[in-house]
Design a binder for this molecule. Sequence first.
Ligand SMILES: [Fe+2]
Length: 115
Amino acid sequence: MGHLDLIRIADRLRGLRDCRDHEKIGEILGELADACLERFGLEEVRMMGSRYPDADKHVQDHNVFFADFTKIAFLYETGDIDLTDDILGTLTRWRAWHGQREDSRLARHLEAHAA
Ligand SMILES: [Fe+2]
């Protein structure tokens, strides 16, 4: 599961922005949660294996994001929030901030330390 897969799932969610299909959106949120866990786990294994110096901070970012995402998905599931406001905003900020900055830095480290 690469970043492109995560982006594709997030884009499917974005495409349902005005949709009121609660079940379908809930399904995609579940897929997104699974994809994030898989992706984060892979990155974390690679960080540990290559002695990435910023591993603790990077893992903490993953944990904070996932806690936020889980909370938002729960609130969506219970009908307390709208899809557009919190979920899409959180995904956009995550992609811009963590994906483009932290994951890019990790990728450069892994390239430099490839066996
Ligand atoms: Fe990451």
